[in-house]
Write a protein that binds this ligand. Structure first.
Ligand SMILES: C[S@@+](CC[C@H](N)C(=O)[O-])C[C@H]1O[C@@H](n2cnc3c(N)ncnc32)[C@H](O)[C@@H]1O
Length: 218
């Protein structure tokens, strides 16, 4: 069964650009795009031979001229016509490395990102590269919360405060059930921890975190 997380990533891909999926693994996202008859170019990229051979099999099975794959590192060989870039299932430092080495960054219009950690750093990194959050959604799957974020060029010079960078400007505004559930759980954990410790300095830090979480979910 294809995951809700991948379905959300696919939903964030518009039908108007060539798309490159960096770190495609088995190419399941490509299958979703093929199933919806995506008509632009789709490129799956893998830098390891094992996952690449799975990706190649998937692309051969899809058997459409606009679906291709590449054994390469990050965005190194991904031409400027690929204006939508997907990077999912990687850590923050790998993501940052891939972006920093992209010679065609100026041509990229949209990024769909699903990194499992460092959400504040990710939003800040894209902000500094000239992008803003176009859409975002929290997905709960296999007992893990995933942040799927879609970035677009920041034409109107949108700025963010620290809470918006950490929790997501649209998440805070919309307060979806899954978002509220996630931080209610976190609040419960932090409160329990705060009540159980005696170190005053740590207690103060936790009290600040409680205040922040209460602010976010109210
Ligand atoms: C955990 S999998 C995620 C697969 C898929 N994107 C998903 O979200 O389900 C990460 C994949 O990224 C690939 N990868 C890691 N660094 C990469 C890089 N610099 N260039 C291309 N692929 C990379 C790995 O080989 C691995 O197959």
């Amino acid at each position: 069964m294809i995951s809700e997380r991948l379905k959300q990533i696919s939903n964030f891909i518009n039908d108007d650009h060539d798309v490159a999926d960096i770190g495609s693994d088995h190419g399941l996202l490509l299958v979703l795009l093929s199933n919806r008859n995506f008509s632009h170019e789709v490129l799956g990229v893998e830098n390891k031979i094992g996952p690449f051979s799975n990706l190649e099999k998937t692309v051969n099975k899809i058997a459409k001229n606009n679906f291709k794959c590449l054994l390469s590192d990050g965005l190194k060989d991904v031409k400027g016509n690929y204006k939508t870039i997907v990077i999912a299932g990687m850590g923050y430092s790998n993501l940052k490395n891939i972006l920093n080495k992209d010679k065609n960054l100026k041509s990229r219009e949209k990024f769909v990102i699903d990194c499992h950690t460092n959400q504040k750093e990710i939003r800040n990194l894209f902000y500094e590269l000239g992008y803003k959050v176009e859409d975002e959604k929290v997905i709960f799957e296999d007992s893990i919360y995933y942040d799927v974020i879609k970035f677009e060029i920041n034409n109107d010079n949108q700025t963010y405060n620290s809470l918006e960078l950490k929790y997501g400007p649209l998440n805070i505004k919309r307060k979806d059930d899954i978002f509220i559930q996630r931080y209610n759980k976190q609040l419960y954990k932090v409160k329990n921890l705060c009540n159980s410790i005696s170190n005053l300095e740590r207690k103060k830090e936790l009290e600040l975190e409680i205040k922040e979480l209460e602010e976010i979910i109210k």
